[in-house]
Ligand binder design. Structure first.
Ligand code: THU
Length: 128
């Protein structure tokens, strides 16, 4: 159902500039699912990735512990979260599982910790 949410969301992506439509869905520890899409802007750098949209939505609704994220991008091969999104996902689920699926339906799954080794945990922990 996480994949279904990502897939459904993808149809609502706003990507007129890149045409690269992405849907994502995060799963909270209480079972709630929050979808997100990439939301681009005429001022390109203001665009937001689908994964980050989903995280914003989860946290806005009070879910701060995330256990998984599904990503559905275009094309044959799975789309993995960009580096910035990995860091944002890590904030709310350092142990989360990241899954992605391409057109051919081949799912791949990796721990976020593998996609973002030695993640930055903030100045407070670095100082101790
Ligand atoms: N994008 C995502 O939404 N998620 C990803 O995992 C990769 C990239 C978006 C950002 C931009 O709107 C478009 O895809 C092309 O980079």
């Amino acid at each position: 159902s996480l994949f279904r949410a990502a897939q459904e969301a993808r149809g609502r992506a706003y990507a007129p500039y890149s045409r690269f439509m992405v849907g994502a869905a995060v799963l909270a520890d209480d079972g709630r699912i929050f979808p997100g899409v990439n939301v681009e802007n005429a001022s390109y750098p203001l665009s937001v990735c689908a994964e980050r949209s989903a995280v914003q939505r989860a946290v806005s609704d009070g879910a701060q512990k995330l256990v998984a994220v599904a990503v559905r991008g275009p094309g044959e091969s799975p789309t993995w979260p960009c580096g910035g999104c990995r860091q944002v996902l890590y904030e709310f689920g350092p142990e989360m599982i990241v899954t992605s699926v391409g057109d051919s339906g081949n799912r791949e799954e990796r721990p976020l910790a593998d996609l973002l080794p030695d993640a930055f945990r903030g100045p407070a922990t670095a100082a101790t």
